[in-house]
Structures are given as C-alpha cells and as structure tokens.
Design a protein around this ligand. Structure first.
Ligand SMILES: Cc1cc(CN)n(C)n1
Length: 330
C-alpha cells in the first residue's frame, strides 16, 4: 500500500502544516498536524467542551458505525511549547491520502489548552514519532505509521514541506519526482522515541563550513530551527541591528535587514536554508521588527530541526531496522 496527502500551511508564516484525514464510517474529514516530534494521534471531538472549540472540525465517535471505545484508557500530553491536551480513546478506521488503517487508536480530546482552541485551522495531531512516546495508559497505542507499516510497499514516509506553499506527505514510497540528486541517509537513535540524528556541521552565508556533530530531532510539528547558542550568535552577528530580546524571547532584527543563508550538513551533503525562511515574521502586524526562524535551543535541552530547516529539503523517515533519516535537495 501507499498514501499521499497535502501538507497545507495554516497561516501566512507556515506556523504549522495540516493534512486532510478521514476517520470512521461514514468518513469524517479533519485537518491534522502530522508531527514527527510526538506519538499521539488526538483530535478535537464531540467530547471536547464547546467553550474550548473555536471553529475546529470535530470527530464524533457516536456518528461512526466502526468506532469502538477503548474502555478504561486515557491520555494526556504536554508539548515543548507548553500546549497540551488530554482525553479518552477510541479505535476507528483512519485514512491519510488513501492509505487506510483499520482500528487506529484515535485519542478524543476531553480538554485542550488555549493555544489549541485559538488555532481554528488545526483539528488535532497525528504523531509520527516512535510509538514508545505514546501517552495512552494503561496500554500505550501504536502510531498510524507503525500500524500501516506491515502493508506499506516500503517502510518509509516522506515529508516535502514548502515555504509559503502546499507540500506533501507520502507513505510507503519515495517519489523521485520530488527531489534532485541523491538522498543522503544518516543514523537515527530511536530512544527515547524521537527521530534523533546528528548534523555534520553548519555554515553561515558564504562562510566556512564548521564540521561539528550536532545532535537533535527532526520535528515536523515544530515551526522553527533551534540550535546551540554559539551557532545562533554566530549567525546573528552577521545581521545588522539583531539582538537577543528577553522581551520577545529570542533573536529579533529590523525587518529590512539583509539576512545570510544558513547551511547544515547531513554526512557529506549540504542543505542551504534561504534567508527568507529565517526572516520568519513581524513581531506584530505593523511592526518593523522581525523575529528569527533560527533561535537558541539553550532553554529546550534538545536541538530541534523544525520546519524552517525541513522545508529546505526532501526528507525520508525510514522505519527500517535500524531506522534512518534521509535528506535530498529539491
Ligand atoms: C502542538 C505541538 C507539537 C510540537 C512538536 N512536537 N510542538 C512544539 N507543539
């Protein structure tokens, strides 16, 4: 089997990408954020208090003839950005881009944090991390990829996220039309459950490449690129008027500043993030101060290769044994 679905930016700065999925019989369509940095599949539902729902599509298990309550099971998740949700669990038929998993654990939200309520274009998440991170108790549940894997033509899924445009996620095959040249693979450490791997180094603009193993997670659910402070300060030293703002919680600069590109290495390959991706957003609609798409990871305890980096490449998440991750120019 294979599947292929769109990855649609939910706003004009690509804060997150959503993908249409169907749940149940007859199919209910929701727009979910496919997130390689977590492993819970949860949705706004008919059980979510109405004062916490603001425009989202909801999953109603009672309207699905194939839904089953996973009795006595609950879940609760907190993300790195402080958002979170909790609830109960059903199993139901679940499809992404024509790829169906029967009896997928669908975690129905009983409560969501305010940032989810405010994000009206996002109806939930599909965790594509390793199933070890799943929060359902007393028995943890498998991700959509782990459930689909035995039926996939190839044990992979790919992410082709785009800057200010719709990209795609493919399951079970690698579409050679979506990239150029070769795919460079590197080892993944799957414990504790993220797609953890190393960069082989970086360069700023036309500067020299600094070879250095930089361990972090490739996380489609995180918007920005978070790297060690030393690298980030070296980058913004090249930006007129840049400063690390306590007030805004990161590096800001005059929107008119010229930004350098940022290049990261995967083994021997090099991937250059255009300056436009790092000129992330105005700090408010009329401001001339902009917030950077490259920020320090020092407060996170982990480096995160989020969408700002991933959208500069075609990325293969390979569930082979051992798992590996591949990057190609596109
Ligand atoms: C909702 C959400 C997902 C993620 C990345 N895994 N973050 C940081 N926030």
């Amino acid at each position: 089997d294979t599947g292929s679905a769109a990855a649609i930016p939910i706003n004009e700065v690509d804060i997150a990408y959503v993908t249409p999925v169907t749940i149940g019989t007859p199919p209910q369509t929701l727009m979910l954020d496919l997130d390689t940095g977590s492993s819970d599949l949860w949705v706004f539902s008919s059980l979510t208090p109405s004062n916490q729902v603001r425009g989202q599509e909801i999953y109603s298990p009672t309207k699905s003839s194939t839904s089953k309550l996973l009795s006595g099971h609950t879940w609760s998740i907190r993300y790195g950005d402080g958002s979170g949700s909790r609830g109960t669990v059903y199993t139901d038929n679940f499809t992404i881009g024509g790829l169906e998993v029967k009896s997928q654990a669908v975690q129905a939200a009983l409560e969501v944090s305010s940032s989810f309520t405010q994000e009206q274009s996002l109806d939930g998440l599909v965790g594509l991390g390793f199933s070890a991170l799943n929060t359902v108790r007393p028995s943890s549940q498998l991700t959509f990829f782990d459930n689909a894997r035995p039926n996939l033509d190839e044990e992979v899924f790919t992410a082709d996220l785009k800057y200010h445009a719709t990209g795609s996620y493919d399951f079970g095959f690698i579409d050679s039309k979506k990239y150029a040249g070769n795919i460079t693979y590197t080892a993944v450490q799957q414990s504790p459950g993220y797609w953890t791997h190393s960069l082989s180094g970086y360069s700023v603009g036309s500067g020299a490449f600094h070879a250095s193993q930089i361990s972090g997670i490739s996380d489609t659910g995180t918007t920005l690129l978070y790297l060690p402070t030393a690298i980030v300060t070296a980058y913004y030293r090249q930006v007129q008027g840049a400063q690390n703002s306590q007030y805004y919680g990161g590096y800001v600069f005059p929107c008119s500043s010229t930004l350098p590109t940022f290049t990261f290495g995967i083994e021997g390959a090099r991937f250059t993030i255009p300056a436009s991706y790092i000129n992330y957003t105005r700090i408010s609609p009329t401001s001339t101060t902009c917030y950077g798409g490259l920020q320090s990871s020092s407060g996170l305890g982990i480096n995160i290769f989020g969408d700002v980096a991933l959208k500069a490449a075609f990325v293969v998440f390979s569930g082979t044994n051992p798992p590996r991750i591949g990057f190609a120019i596109k």
